[in-house]
Write a protein that binds this ligand. Structure first.
Ligand code: 5RP
Length: 222
């Protein structure tokens, strides 16, 4: 089974977590795209979606799936029923690294506005410690130099993502070469730095359920 086929399988498995008549939070990336395509097959059963990026909103609309602003959705319901998204890495505590596609801020917001975060990945994303995948940090442009120096002091190497601007008009700094032994602490420490909008560690907003595709089937961690 190819990686692409595994992504398709795990995306289809996530449909089991979609609650009829509800508003569903939808993530960003190649695995989330497979989920959007699967969701299109049951689009008449849901009220609509909230997208974690402009590109996701466009794909959802392309399938004729209604897309609400999060503020509008949360004026109708207390929380979205479920948020379904991929990840760049997950550890045994279901902490995640996200933001490979640069949508980490909106992803964290939509995850926080949802009852449950179901993370869909293939087995290549499973790690003992986060950090092998570069840690993305969304930064307000005027803080670039300040945050670069702080990020370089984390023990890895920081680099501005060239030619990339987030949906919020900010830059991304990727930090490579980290071994993150305390994901919660590092998420908190980075949250304290002025100019950092969001970091790609999802520990506070870690997954409630991880569905992991393998060549022999989908494994559930909950
Ligand atoms: C985008 C993300 C994605 O969920 C993450 O990069 C995984 O993407 P893919 O499913 O393409 O491997 O966080 O900001």
């Amino acid at each position: 089974m190819t990686q692409d086929e595994m992504k398709e399988e795990v995306a289809k498995a996530a449909l089991a977590y979609v609650i009829e008549g509800s508003i569903v939070g939808v993530g960003t990336g190649s695995t989330a795209n497979k989920f959007i395509d699967a969701l299109a097959t049951i689009k008449d059963k849901i009220k609509g979606t909230v997208a974690s990026s402009e590109v996701t909103a466009e794909r959802l609309r392309g399938h004729g799936i209604p897309v609400f602003e999060l503020n509008d959705a949360l004026s109708q319901v207390n929380k979205l029923s479920v948020y379904i998204d991929g990840a760049d890495e997950f550890d045994p505590q279901k902490n995640l690294t996200k933001g490979g596609g640069g949508a980490l801020t909106r992803e964290k917001i939509v995850a926080a506005g949802s009852e449950k975060f179901v993370c869909i990945v293939d087995e290549s994303k499973q790690v003992d410690f986060l950090g092998a995948f570069p840690l993305p940090i969304e930064v307000i442009p005027m803080a670039e130099t300040l945050v670069m120096s702080i990020a370089n002091n984390l023990g890895g190497k920081a680099q501005v993502r060239e030619g990339f601007t987030t949906d919020n008009g900010n830059i991304i700094i990727d930090v490579t070469g980290l071994t993150i032994k305390n994901a919660r602490q590092l998420e908190d420490d980075l949250n304290e730095v002025p100019g950092i909008v969001t970091n790609g560690i999802f520990s506070h907003q870690g997954a409630d359920v991880i569905l992991m595709a393998t060549p022999t089937g989908v494994v559930t961690f909950d």
